[in-house]
Unconditional design. Structure first.
Length: 548
């Protein structure tokens, strides 16, 4: 029902629909155990604010250009919005919405921040440096109205590197006449003075997963899609851990180095990619053993035999066919470095084949390691110190100690959900759940349950279940035992499924979900102890009164 709702509202936003479906399918066991949270999920599926604006700028020939700018501020339940920016010609409202939804749950474990994302359909690949600067300044002129150190902190992303961050930060300072020291992201440079932390985090995360399985990265051949900041630093850290990175790619083709890239080779790749509009194929001038495959040729990077794959390029990079080829060629694990690089079908196949899998929400947690440390832009850290900080976040990201790492993606979603919702930090939903509990607890056939704030509600007698002092808590306990714990939406446009509708006795039609079935055993046990304690105190009081 939830996925049908998102398809009805956003039928043309394929990436966002895919992300919501993946999440909902992952937390189905939670919804089956506690159906009331399925209705709260409706709130979480709708962003708090969607901002779209035009970005006018002047090119080098003096002509006026206009692009679209986006910022989707999805959830601030855990803190100020935080999320990246993407400058790419295929950026749309739907992609920005999908990325911001994904960011909510990544930030839920990595730090006390909400989820947001944005960007523009501007293509920096075919623009001069002065054109990029003018565009960034125009983009920030409008975006500055909606961001701030305690409101929304944009960070880097595809097409947005240190240079673009510098242009936007300079414009933000001119507009606000202040320097927001102590903050992160674009608003101070912050952790992005250390762009390598994201790639380091992906490599360390993969290494920890393999160690838990009794395996190691040492001597293993690894494929890495992409050649941006994340991909290059993943390759560098894999090399430091003893692995052999053998392949990388960009929009125009991919490289395969059968003997593996060396430190010198990776340094040359970084130098090439630092130049605007540079193509990965230029590396063939620096190596006699590398082979370059243009994108117009048949075949893909994933056709190359390897031990582990690291998709660090863009969403939906690995599909079901790619997984079949990888497994056939001996691949034993896939670790995501990009946002949602594996399709739903690919993830299903990964589970079926039982290979290791690292979801991007966990593996990308290294990018927030410095943010949670609240380091200023002037702090200088060595690579060893960065490694120590990034590795220090892994126990928190790997809180689920299970040998079935193939199912890590399912369990990880549940941890995110628990932190973002069960701890009561999803603001504005707790009263909704309580009211919905009251609705079903009192619902009888033909009975009308007054909504909160209505005249009928004001005339109702005090509810023994409202937790106010003076109410009969023992009667409340018995009432909770007898009433099914299920939250229905109090909105009148929502129809309960037949299994959850009540009969004349106030019981649900499906007997498998009645009574204690939906109660937390801990709550029931605690309330039982309260009842026993009260009875004992009453007996002791009567005994003492009788003696007197």
């Amino acid at each position: 029902m939830l996925t049908d709702e998102v398809i009805r509202r956003d039928p043309n936003q394929a990436e966002y629909v895919q992300a919501v479906q993946n999440f909902v399918n992952s937390v189905v066991p939670v919804f089956e155990r506690y159906p009331k949270y399925a209705w709260v999920m409706k709130t979480l599926m709708e962003p708090e604010r969607v901002i779209q604006f035009r970005v006018p700028w002047i090119d080098d020939e003096g002509s006026s250009r206009v692009n679209r700018g986006f910022r989707v501020q999805f959830s601030s339940s855990l803190g100020p919005y935080m999320g990246g920016l993407r400058f790419h010609p295929e950026t749309t409202h739907g992609i920005a919405k999908f990325l911001s939804f994904e960011t909510i749950f990544r930030n839920a474990l990595a730090g006390p921040y909400g989820g947001a994302h944005g960007g523009s359909d501007f293509n920096p690949m075919d623009k001069s440096e002065s054109e990029i600067m003018r565009f960034c300044q125009s983009y920030m002129t409008e975006l500055a109205n909606y961001i701030g150190p305690h409101t929304d902190v944009p960070t880097s992303g595809v097409g947005v590197g240190p240079q673009e961050i510098g242009y936007m930060f300079g414009q933000y300072k001119r507009l606000r006449q202040l320097h927001p020291g102590g903050t992160e992201g674009i608003l101070s440079g912050g952790a992005y003075h250390y762009p390598q932390v994201t790639g380091y985090g992906v490599a360390h995360f993969a290494n920890r997963i393999l160690e838990s399985r009794g395996e190691t990265l040492k001597g293993k051949r690894c494929l890495i899609s992409g050649s941006g900041t994340v991909a290059l630093n993943v390759a560098q850290k894999l090399l430091d851990l003893g692995a052999i990175p053998i392949g990388m790619s960009d929009n125009f083709g991919y490289l395969v180095e059968e003997e593996g890239f060396t430190d010198k080779g990776l340094a040359e790749l970084k130098r090439i990619k630092e130049e605007r509009n540079a193509r990965l194929g230029a590396f063939i001038m620096s190596s006699t053993t590398v082979t370059y495959h243009p994108s117009d040729e048949e075949g893909r990077l994933w056709d190359t035999p390897c031990d582990y794959a690291f998709p660090c390029a863009i969403q939906n990079d690995i599909d079901a066919d790619a997984v079949r080829v990888l497994v056939k060629n001996g691949c034993k694990g896939i670790f995501e470095g990009a946002n949602f690089p594996c399709t739903d079908e690919a993830i299903s196949l990964i589970k079926q084949h039982g290979i290791a899998f690292g979801p991007n929400k966990a593996s990308n947690g290294g990018s927030f390691a410095l943010i949670t440390k609240n380091l200023g832009a002037s702090t200088q850290l060595s690579d060893d110190e960065l490694d120590k900080i990034v590795k220090g976040t892994l126990p928190r990201l790997l809180t689920l100690n299970t040998s079935s790492w193939v199912l890590l993606w399912v369990l990880f979603f549940r941890v995110c959900w628990q932190k973002a919702l069960w701890e009561g930090q999803l603001l504005g939903t707790q009263s909704q759940v309580k009211d919905a509990d009251r609705v079903l607890a009192k619902r009888k056939l033909g009975a009308v349950v007054p909504t909160a704030g209505s005249e009928a509600a004001k005339n109702q007698p005090p509810d023994a279940d409202d937790g106010k002092p003076g109410n009969n808590w023992f009667r409340t306990f018995l009432k909770r035992v007898q009433a099914p714990v299920f939250a229905a939406s109090v909105q009148r446009d929502v129809q309960l499924p037949p299994a959850y509708q009540t009969n004349r006795r106030g019981e649900r039609n499906d007997p498998s979900i009645n009574g204690f079935e939906r109660l937390s055993w801990l709550m029931a046990f605690t309330n039982s102890l309260k009842a026993c304690s009260a009875a004992c105190l009453l007996i002791l009081s009567i005994h003492g009164w009788a003696e007197r």
